[in-house]
Each structure stands twice: as structure tokens, then as C-alpha cells.
Design a protein around this ligand. Sequence first.
Ligand SMILES: Cc1cc2nc3c(=O)[nH]c(=O)nc-3n(C[C@H](O)[C@H](O)[C@H](O)COP(=O)(O)OP(=O)(O)OC[C@H]3O[C@@H](n4cnc5c(N)ncnc54)[C@H](O)[C@@H]3O)c2cc1C
Length: 403
Amino acid sequence: MVIVGAGFGGLTVFHHVSSWLGSGEAEVTVIDERETFLVKPSLPEVALGEKEISDITFPLRPVVEAYGRFIRSRVHRIDPKKQLVYLDDEVSVPYDFLVIALGGKKDFEAVPGFQEHGYSVCTDILAPRLHEAIEQFEQGNILIGSAPMLSGTRVKDVPHLETACEGPVGEVAFMIDSELRKRGTRDKARIICFSPAEVFFEDVGDKVHEAFEGLAREHEVEVVTNKVIEKIEKDQVGFKDGSTLSSALTVLIPTYRGPDLITESGLGDEAGFVPTDENFQHLDYENIFAIGDVASRTVPKLGHLAVEQGNLVASLLRQRITRSGERYDYEPEVFCIMNMGHRKATLIRSNVLWGGTTDIAYHSTMSHLMKSSFDTYMAKFKGKMPPQLAQRLLNVYLGRFRK
Ligand SMILES: Cc1cc2nc3c(=O)[nH]c(=O)nc-3n(C[C@H](O)[C@H](O)[C@H](O)COP(=O)(O)OP(=O)(O)OC[C@H]3O[C@@H](n4cnc5c(N)ncnc54)[C@H](O)[C@@H]3O)c2cc1C
């Protein structure tokens, strides 16, 4: 088995597979261009100076080499007919089963002016750069928002969303609010979130919207919707409807699309994402699975969904390879914890997008504690998720807020 991409999705599959490798029925190779795992949901804390990059990364090689083979290399192409993954220098790695977990391509180039005047929180290079800009910020508008996400048409039964995920937009807005209040300079800035969608946080239901609106009012965070970004200039942002907003600091979650190599390998839809059935098996190749941000079916683009899909695909592979084990019960939901500064956070849990009735926003110091415990667990246990027992306790706890 070959797993390309050792982020949330890929590493989840690896951890499951490593537990049944002893049977001698499989060998696993993990390929990633990075030497370290990056806990992306903690990048906003790096941008606000609460954490260093070294606090939110751990080395991949020792984790993988305890059970399998780790290759640090860029994947350039996949040949699904010859069942080969091509790496740097045209080295090829054969597979019987392939799990594609390469994440999405964040297309910063799609917005002119981003390189010169824009900031972002999405990578381990850009988050520290944003931290410097926040340190130097004196006054003016701070604009934070998403560019539209691309989507293909091969997978019909997934909800259509305009944005990949707006959690980091809200998180960065509230954290900057908290930071400026600490400095005593909050009155010198307007913080404005912009969204290309009709509703900000389009992936959750009315109860979370109401809760978010209340928090935004309390923290004087403004929200404008139906704003598709066109360009970033030195002191303003231009939108496709011809309007502009002045901006002293512009933070962008860029356009998400599938990685170029997926398109070049003939494995993608029109947006470059990998089309799969509901088992995350490629629509054209039964020995290829795709999970996480790279999959067309993953909407919104959330680490929580990548992990849940990893659980499902690992259980299906186990059944196919060892003829044992049970199918994992995959139930998609939005689950994220938005840090808000001042030791407060808002836990959001909603399955309304998939026709469910759970729609909770729980704002408290307890949510903050959960986020920091989760990050510490991830780093200490090298990408393993907290045990099912913790999940069940959380369900009981959150059940109190369901009405
Ligand atoms: C600022 C921010 C905050 C977020 N907050 C949350 C949150 O609170 N909750 C939540 O659930 N989600 C959150 N997310 C989303 C979450 O981080 C992603 O959905 C998740 O990382 C996707 O996991 P993945 O396994 O699909 O891909 P990734 O985690 O992106 O991993 C992909 C891996 O593939 C490797 N790779 C890529 N291309 C190649 C190549 N060509 N060759 C070799 N290796 C390659 C990369 O190095 C990487 O290790 C946040 C994202 C950001 C940016």
C-alpha cells in the first residue's frame, strides 16, 4: 500500500494500517515532500505570536519508520494503469492500493496583488509573516476573507459551497480583536470579514449563525457577504462587483483547487479534485482512494473530515486485504474550535449541511481548554486522534446544549 501525503488524512490511514501490519498481509510506504507534520489548525496561534512553528510540528520519519517505509520526496505524477507513483528524478514506486491524501492546492496566484500586499495564515511560511505584520500594525481597516473555492461536477451528491472553510477567517478576526484590545488600540482599527458566499459560515445552520452574529456584534467585527475578491492593492481591496474597501492589512484564505499533478495524471475533475464514490474510492479505479482536502467529496475542507474519511478508508482496506474488521461508520459533520483570544474559544459542531439537526456553537474557556488539549495530544501522540472514549464524553457533554 502506498499513501501519498502524510497530513491529517494520510497519517490517520497509516496509524490504522500499522496496527494490523503484523499479519504480514501488507506493506506500507508513506510519501511526503515534508519531513514534518504540520498541525494547520494551530497556524492562527502562530500568526498571533502564541506559538512557534516548532510547537505545532513533529518529525514524520520516526513515526512512519516504526512500521513502514517513509520516502521524503515530491510526487510528480501517478500512472493509474501501470500502478506507479513517480517521484523526483523519475524514481517510481509501485502500489497495489493507493491512498491519495495530498491536500488541496492553495492558489495564491489567482488573486493579483497577493504576493506584494497580501497576507495569509495558511502555511508555515505565511503565518509567521502575518505575525510580523500584526506586530507592526498601527491603524486602519483589517480585511480578512476567502477567495472562492473551485469545484468540479463529477460527484453530484455533495453540497456546493462557495468557500473552502471560513473558520480561520473568523478565528483570525477575533484573535486580532483580542490582541488590539490588549494593546489598548482597538479603537484605531475596523475589523471586517468578507465572504464570496451569501451567508458567512455557509456550512452551518441558523443556530450557529445566530451565535456568531452575537459574538461579532460584541467584538465589533463587521461582516460583508457576496464579495468576490478581484485584487489586492497597497491600501485597498477590489471586488468583482466593482466596489472597493480600504485596507491597511489584508488576510486571505486563497482559492482552493486540486493539485496540478492530479489533473496531469488524469485523476481529477474539472477543479483538479479527485472524484470518488461514497466510500472515497476513485470513480474510475477501484484500487485508488482519495481522502481529505484533495477529494471532490470533502466539502468543506476540514481536518476533522479528513480524519473521519481516513478511519473509513482504513477499515475498508482492512476488509479487502485481511478479510477482517468492521466498516467504520462515517458521519460527516463540521467540527472545529475557533480560538478567540483571552483564553476563550467557540466550539462549532453542525451536520445541518448533510440534513442533520445538530447545530451547536459553544463559547467558553472550556472550548479553549479542549483546543489546547487536542493540539497537545496530536503533537504528543504523533498525529493520532484522541481515543473514541474522549469523543463519546464530548458527545454527552455537548448533548446538554442541543436544544
Ligand atoms: C489556518 C487553518 C486553520 C484550520 N482550522 C481547522 C480546524 O479548526 N478544524 C479542522 O477540522 N480543520 C481546520 N483546517 C483545515 C485542515 O487543516 C485541513 O482540512 C487538513 O489539513 C486537510 O488534511 P489532508 O490530510 O487532506 O491534507 P494536508 O493536511 O494538507 O496534508 C497533505 C500532505 O501532503 C503533502 N503533499 C502535498 N503535495 C505533495 C506532493 N506533490 N508530493 C509529496 N507530498 C505532498 C503535504 O506536504 C502534506 O503533508 C484549517 C486549515 C487552515 C489553513
